[in-house]
Design a protein around this ligand. Structure first.
Ligand code: ZN
Length: 315
């Protein structure tokens, strides 16, 4: 049993306990002509989702809808003058009443869990069904909808699966989440599509600018798929030290000056004969890393330090 529609000929009351604990009952249309919904009629119908009480009903017995915890929307017309105790002893119902305020004939604990009540909700209230779907259930999922009172709203939400974005609803609206005012039975579909992946090229770091790793994003929605990470600037400390430590050879008057030698210094004359040799820890060497060699005969000399050689003119 899922949906019950009574024959039009039903009149009078629906019997006590008629659908007591009827787990498979999800929806029911109570025919116009029924005047009494007896006590415990739908007690513990745990899958019953919505109910419209026809304008012929004047009385609803004790606990008639107690423990109907899937019941989300209830319409109660002005005709209902008596409601018993704990009729809506449930937790998820929103109750829309044509009455402007609590009628005298309703027990004070008719709604013991204080489910939200809209008084003076209007006349000729009716329920519409809002069915929310996704164009592909693997692309994302949807929430909201169900039974909604005519002229009221429902919040519908589209949530994407990884790799997809939400494009729009099937009527072209792009709000998400969206507050939908309901004026008819409605089927609405969330349209999802796969991201359009664009590669964000890597940018190499330099000595003056940071770089970026390769990443990617969706060119339609902008979603970052692979984040670009910052590559630090190249470290130029080592280069500076190398430059600072580079062997520098020059002549100054009758002196040959060698800076930053870390190996033995050899001085040759123009004929290629070795005329001087200074060890790296030689006494003439000063602490800043500069070695000064005095030459007594002017002329061209070749100075070699390790793999470095330079021709200098000494006065
Ligand atoms: Zn996208």
């Amino acid at each position: 049993m899922e949906t019950i529609t009574f024959p039009e000929s039903v009149r009078g009351s629906i019997g006590r306990y008629a659908f007591y604990n009827c787990e498979s009952l999800t929806s029911i249309t109570i025919p116009d002509g029924v005047t009494v919904i007896g006590e415990y009629t739908f007690y513990d119908c745990e899958n019953l989702a919505s109910i419209t009480i026809p304008k012929s009903v004047t009385s609803i017995g004790e606990r008639a809808f107690a423990f109907c915890n899937k019941l989300t929307t209830v319409i109660i017309p002005n005709s209902v003058v008596n409601i018993g105790s704990a009729v809506f002893d449930c937790y998820n119902a929103s109750i829309y009443c044509e009455a402007e305020s609590l009628p005298e004939g309703w027990e004070v604990d008719w709604n013991p869990n204080n489910c939200p009540v809209v008084w003076n909700a209007g006349t000729n209230l009716r329920l519409f069904n809002v069915k929310v779907t996704a164009n592909n259930s693997e692309y994302g999922n949807v929430r909201g909808g169900g039974a909604v009172v005519k002229g009221f709203t429902t919040k519908i939400t589209a949530s994407t699966a990884k790799g997809y974005h939400f494009t729009s609803w099937s009527d072209g609206n792009t709000d998400n989440p969206r507050t939908l005012t309901v004026t008819s039975d409605t089927v609405i579909t969330a349209l999802f599509e796969a991201h359009t992946v664009v590669v964000d090229a890597a940018v190499p770091a330099t000595y003056t600018e940071t770089g970026l790793t390769e990443g990617s994003h969706c060119s339609v929605c902008g979603k970052v798929i692979v984040e670009q990470k910052i590559i630090p600037m190249l470290d130029n400390t080592a280069i500076t030290e190398t430059a600072a430590n580079a062997v520098n050879i020059y002549a100054y008057g009758n002196k040959i000056v060698v800076e930053n030698a870390t190996e033995e210094i050899r001085v040759y004359n123009a004929m290629g004969a070795l005329v001087g040799c200074v060890g790296k820890d030689a006494p003439g060497r000063i602490s800043t890393g500069t070695t000064t060699i005095t030459i007594n005969t002017s002329g061209v000399y070749i100075v070699k330090v390790g793999g470095v050689a330079k021709r200098v003119m000494v006065d």
